[in-house]
Design a protein around this ligand. Structure first.
Ligand code: IVH
Length: 665
């Protein structure tokens, strides 16, 4: 890598890590697995070691911060450090050898499960519990005393009278978590991604009544600051002391002296992880003798006397109950595996996409098969393979339909793509999906019109097409069971408000195959109004940035269909915007093309794109030789790598772009 490439990779990684910190700590809603997060941090650390940049240092310093700026904070009396990670047992053994060499003896270890919860610090003075704080940034934590005291089994008093910090992990028992998520789903509230986020979210709730309804638990495993002499001298005796003092501790710990017992404990825990009522994500390996902790000391981030062995992503087996073939808006058929529900990495999985027919053939799935499953990124379930040993005798391969499962029309396959489409224009499933798409957030943003209401309205004859949305008889809606006057009014307001959406949103909402939000915007800028777009030949369409032959053909096909033309006419009659309202500010960016990757901090991505267009620039949807500028936001992903490879694209951040516009408007 050249220096410039390292710089931009450091920038990209820093932005990405910052974003994941926010998702994990502030919003309790992570998008990637800890393992992937650790890899990002590791990469940044490695680059930083070669090319120190203050920006990366600042990010590395904040790794693992859960502070809410508005909350009351209390400094920890001793830093709450984090642990170095090992991703194989061999790495743990290497660490053990290294510290043995340093100490001149092979120290005894104490092994415990690594609870995948939310770190907590308790402070006792004169034998009385004073407060409970979160880990925060390691130096300062958030005061969560009131919420914390809703947990059962927390000693308010200790016989130990000197100042002492007791540390552990709050967790959400899995059974309770599953039940809570189920009821959240029923109440149309967003379910938590996993028990750890549920624990983090619960302990920070502002309403104590809500906290009381959350059955939080905790395990304690270490101490922080202690005034005077500690009443224990090893990790093992510390755990016993905690237990004798009334703290809940994990009953799974063990002391080991040799390699074999270390390997046994780690493998056993990894095998047993699915059977516990709390999530664990590894084994914490500590030098047992506390006197040796002082001799080994710490690095800036973590103690040298401990290491966390992190498990591989959890893999489970489950039975295939059947395959559902779903019909999408464009007629694309997506096979979905229906599974015997199985708990894996934080949630119960009962469905998993199989993407397309080729994937079923590749995995060679048969009826009644047992499937191996992981969560990629610990979020999205993924079927890895079939366990052939468990295939029932005489099992038949999954039969793939050759007609649409909803309307029975023949299927067609797009050249070069692995996707089967229903060929009918009148397929009821396609109609339902297109209406859902039309109402979706990036399209007309009609809240209250989701999958269930669309299917209900179609069934009850309240609507039969997209255009009907603008002529709903709300008296009929109000009469529907479980839809009150208020919901009907909200829906009417949302539909009315959708008429203000710009031309590009309407065009995207039509759901033309391959026309995403960026292409829709480029088309509206280029053709200015629907009439010009309808009249355009495939050749003229290809002049628009980003529109290749495939997209041009798809657009031309769409407008060649009289049904679609009459839909557009109907929408125009209802007052939807079908021409481009230009707000041309300047020509600063004339002839220049841009692409935004990742999320920006001062302005939304859509607004940034509108801004560029209003100054004469073009937006592309992918990195290619014709791209002039890539604007780097947080979590840039593969576009950045591609642009770096090309070497012709200028990579800038949002401030640099805004600076280019200074003085123009
Ligand atoms: S001991 C110097 N023991 O893992 C840190 N930590 O990545 C001493 N954790 O911040 C921590 N289970 O929040 C320790 N049995 C255990 C643990 C444990 C979970 C968490 C804890 C810590 C983080 C380190």
């Amino acid at each position: 890598m050249t220096k410039a490439q390292i710089r931009s990779r450091i920038q990209a990684l820093s932005a990405e890590i910052k974003r994941h910190n926010r998702l994990y700590y502030a919003e309790a809603s992570p998008e990637i697995a800890d393992y992937e997060y650790d890899l990002l941090v590791q990469e940044l650390q490695d680059l930083q070691a070669k090319h120190p940049l203050p920006q990366a240092l600042a990010v590395l310093d904040t790794v693992g911060i859960d502070l809410d700026k508005s909350a009351k904070t209390i400094p920890h009396k001793e830093r709450m450090a984090s642990l170095a990670n090992a991703y194989s047992i061999q790495e743990v053994i290497t660490w053990w050898d290294k510290i043995s060499l340093e100490l001149g003896e092979k120290p005894r270890l104490c092994l415990e499960p690594k609870i995948d919860g939310f770190g907590i610090n308790l402070f006792y003075s004169t034998g009385k519990l004073q407060y409970a704080t979160t880990r925060g940034d390691g130096s300062v934590g958030e005061d969560v005393s009131e919420n914390f005291l809703t947990l059962p089994q927390i000693p308010r008093e200790l016989s130990f009278q000197s100042d002492i910090e007791i540390r552990g992990e709050i967790y959400f028992p899995i059974k309770d978590f599953l039940a809570m998520n189920e009821s959240r789903r029923q109440n149309e509230e967003k379910p938590f991604a996993n028990p750890r986020n549920a624990a983090a979210g619960s302990i920070k709730l502002k309403d104590i009544k809500l906290v009381k309804a959350r059955p939080l638990r905790a395990f304690f495993y270490t101490t922080g600051y202690i005034a005077g002499t500690a009443p224990f001298n090893s990790q093992d005796t510390l755990l016993r002391w905690l237990q004798d003092s009334g703290f809940p501790i994990s009953d799974k710990h063990c002391v080991c002296k040799d390699k074999d017992s270390l390997i046994d404990f780690c493998t056993q825990m990894e095998e047993q992880r699915g059977e516990l009522d709390y999530d664990i994500d590894g084994v914490v390996v500590k030098v047992d003798d506390l006197a040796l902790h002082h001799r080994l000391g710490s690095t800036a981030k973590s103690p040298k006397w401990a290491i966390a062995y992190k498990f591989k992503p959890e893999e489970k087996e489950t039975l295939l109950k059947g395959v559902d073939f779903q019909v999408g808006r464009t007629g694309a058929i997506t096979p979905v595996a229906i599974l015997e529900p199985v708990y894996i990495s934080g949630t119960t999985v009962s469905r998993s996409t199989l993407h397309n027919f080729d994937e079923i053939r590749r995995l060679d799935i048969h009826e009644g098969d047992t499937l191996r499953l992981i969560k990629s990124g610990e979020i999205i379930p993924k079927i890895l393979a079939v366990n052939l040993d468990k295939r029932p005798a005489g099992a038949q391969p999954i039969s793939l339909p050759d007609t649409c499962p909803v309307c029975n029309s023949p299927l067609s396959r797009e050249a070069e793509a692995a996707i089967e489409y229903c060929s009918s224009a009148d397929c009821p499933a396609q109609l339902a999906r297109s209406i859902e798409h039309f109402a979706s957030r990036d399209a007309m943003d009609i809240t209250g019109l989701g999958t269930s209401s669309v299917s209900r309205f179609l069934q009850e004859g309240i609507i039969a097409s997209i255009a009907d949305l603008y002529q709903i008889d709300y008296e009929k809606v109000k009469e529907l069971e479980r839809i009150g006057e208020k919901s009907a009014q909200n829906l009417q307001d949302a539909i009315e408000k959708s008429k203000d959406k710009n031309f590009d949103r309407v065009l995207f909402a039509l759901g033309i195959r391959h026309v995403g939000t960026v292409t829709a915007r480029n088309l509206t800028v280029h053709f200015q109004n629907i009439e010009a777009l309808e009249a355009a030949t495939a050749e003229e369409l290809s002049e628009v940035p980003e529109v290749g032959d495939k997209i041009a053909e798809s657009i031309a096909d769409y407008f060649a269909n009289p049904k679609n033309l009459s839909l557009v006419q109907e929408l125009a009659k209802q007052g939807l915007k079908l021409s481009y309202e230009s707000k041309q500010e300047s020509e600063t960016f004339a002839e220049l093309s841009f692409l935004v990757t990742g999320s920006l901090s001062s302005i939304s991505r859509k607004d940034m794109e509108s801004l560029i267009i209003s100054h004469g620039g073009k937006i592309l949807s992918g990195v290619s030789k014709s791209l002039d500028y890539l604007i780097l936001g947080e979590k840039p992903g593969s576009k950045l790598t591609k642009a770096e490879k090309l070497g012709t694209v200028k990579i800038i951040n949002e401030d640099e772009l805004l600076a280019m516009l200074e003085g123009t408007s």
